[in-house]
Write a protein that binds this ligand. Structure first.
Ligand code: NAD
Length: 540
């Protein structure tokens, strides 16, 4: 594992140590005016602020205004007013704004990547994944919303006489609570279909990555979306997040399973819907006929993208006995060749963890496993020489059920390897535990791999890929089974969740009551005969 030296890139951001009085020693400092243009978007009135630090060097990047419960209430009032007008805006006009956002995100990708790398500490190529995902999602919904939202004809009870249409009407104001790991796309992408379906949004991004989310809000405004339609609030989840759950018409949450449960309780109390995108302990299966070079390359991306702080990242790899040694040799070689570093350029394969808390969690998982007998095949230690929260990409062997990293989500650059003898056993072991988010299968036989996929308890399964094939195929629903979530993002499901269905039936001629002096008993006989006839005719 080699290290690269800092070489910040250009854009409107300040390079090198600046303004020592304002940000002492900050290598990744931002222009104060640039920061102010973003932070002014937070709905906050008290003047209190909270710092955001760069994990690359631990120095503060900005001081973000903090919202009170009253500010959240104000955000909802404004969002509700804006939504009334927005619901009357034509779908074509809304979609055109989304296509402008697509173009803006691609044009301003350097600025976005600079911000995401500074704020999250990830490698630039992983920041680019966020840009890609926002552009893909914007284009997809702009081009398909008309079909997803168009009124649908359904079967009427009396053919020819009962005409039924199902409308999709907006829920109103959607609350979006997002995490820090993909701070640009997870703050934006779930909101795009909500807007397109005619809703307003109140969003609370994670406190550690507010600036990337605020840059997203700025781009939405530049794309033409009314400012008041997208409200941003900031503060602790237990206060500001709760205030959102207490007011929203629907909540879209991405984060840990533990917080997801709290959100679900709050939504159940108010009888509002929610989608929960939660954690995972995702397995990869390398079958005996796998292309081992391809599997090893995929495994590195699967486990170490964003230093493993990715909900769909692979933390367990089950390898067929016949190819185990050859696969492991390739995986270790590729892992040891990775470049780590705290820079804004494209040179790094992996960046930093986000925080001291993450570093401690990852260190605990590895140290505990090693103390109980696991073997480290690569990595296995922190790298304070690179930055305060760097940890090496780590491969473990000999992990057993008594170790925390056997079933608990590490959410870091740590993967465990297991041998298997027969595929049914591998699937059973992959299905152990409480999660069911993502899985990956490597095999040269696509048909067999797809048949195996049906037995894997995961909301997405990637064959001969790690996670990107499903995540980037935004027409397909994405989300978790079991404790990994509730509901789905992306595809028709990702926009329909933000709508209420409304069935409108128009009845002609016949009424649902006796006619022409018919008795109730006579009516029942006619209806019974009708039901029998309909069945004979094969009607649904
Ligand atoms: P987290 O649950 O601690 O925080 C997520 C968000 O919830 C933050 O904005 C936080 O402020 C807020 N929050 C915290 N407590 C709250 C409360 N009581 N009420 C309302 N909001 C509250 O999660 P995290 O550690 O920041 O994120 C990492 C987790 O997210 C991992 O488990 C990861 O797997 C998961 N994740 C899932 C997906 C997915 O699509 N399934 C995507 C990314 C991350």
């Amino acid at each position: 594992m080699s290290a690269s030296t800092p070489s910040p890139s250009g854009g409107p951001l300040v390079e090198g140590p600046q303004d020592p009085e304002h940000e002492p020693g900050a290598t990744y400092a931002l222009e104060p005016e640039y920061v102010a243009s973003l932070t002014r978007r937070v709905r906050a009135t008290t003047g209190g602020t909270d710092p955001v630090y760069s994990p690359l060097d631990g120095a503060p990047l900005a001081h973000v205004p903090q919202s009170t419960e009253g500010d959240v209430a104000e955000a909802f009032e404004r969002a509700r007013r804006a939504q009334q007008a927005w619901a009357r805006t034509g779908l074509e006009e809304r979609a055109a704004m989304l296509l402008r956002l697509h173009d803006l995100v691609l044009e301003r990708q350097d600025e976005i990547a600079d911000m995401v790398v500074r704020e999250s500490g990830k490698a630039r190529k992983h920041a680019f994944d966020e840009i890609l995902h926002v552009a893909l999602t914007a284009r997809y919904y702009a081009r398909t919303a008309h079909d997803h939202l168009a009124p649908q004809r359904r079967l009427g009870v009396i053919p020819g006489l009962t005409r039924v249409e199902v409308n999709r009407v907006p829920k109103g104001v959607v609350g979006i609570i997002s995490p820090w790991n993909y701070p640009f796309t997870l703050a934006l992408c779930d909101g795009l279909p909500a807007l397109l379906a005619g809703n307003a949004v109140v969003t609370k991004p994670d406190a550690q990555t507010m600036l990337s989310a605020l840059l997203g809000a700025q781009l939405l405004e530049e794309a033409g979306f009314p400012t008041e339609l997208w409200q941003v609030v900031a503060g602790p989840g237990s206060v500001v997040g709760t205030a959102i759950v207490e007011r929203a018409d629907y909540v879209c949450f991405t984060g840990s399973t533990a917080t997801g449960r709290i959100i679900a309780h709050g939504c159940a109390e108010r009888l509002i819907g929610c989608s929960l995108e939660l954690g995972g302990k995702n397995p990869m299966l390398v079958l005996r006929d796998a292309d081992l070079e391809r599997a090893a390359e995929g495994a590195v991306r699967a486990t170490f993208s964003n230093a493993g702080q990715l909900c769909v990242s692979i933390e367990r790899i089950f390898v067929a006995d016949q190819v185990y040694d050859r696969f492991v040799e390739r995986l270790v070689a590729r892992t040891e060749a990775m470049t780590l570093g705290a820079t804004l350029d494209w040179d790094n394969d992996m960046g930093s963890l986000i925080s001291q808390q993450q570093l401690e969690a990852v260190t605990h998982h590895v140290d505990e496993a090693v103390a109980k007998g696991a073997r480290v095949l690569a990595g296995g230690k922190a790298r304070p020489d690179l930055g305060p929260y760097f940890y090496e990409p780590t491969i473990l062997e000999g992990v057993t059920p008594d170790m925390a990293c056997f079933q608990d989500e590490t959410f870091g650059p740590v993967v465990s390897l297991y041998r298997f003898h027969d595929e049914a056993d591998a699937v059973a072991r992959a299905n152990e535990g409480e999660y069911g988010l993502n899985a990956s299968i490597y095999s040269k036989n696509g048909t067999r791999a797809r048949a195996i996929a049906r037995h894997v308890k995961a909301g997405t399964v990637n064959i001969n890929e790690a996670f990107a094939a499903t995540f980037a195929s935004v027409d397909a629903p994405m989300g978790g089974m079991r404790q990994s979530g509730l509901g789905r993002r992306q595809g028709a499901e990702g926009i329909h969740r933000y709508t209420e269905t409304q069935s409108v039936a128009t009845q002609r001629l016949l009424r649902f009551a006796p006619v022409l002096g018919m008795s109730d008993e006579g009516y029942a006989k006619v209806m019974t005969a009708n039901l029998r006839l309909m069945k004979k005719l094969g009607r649904a």
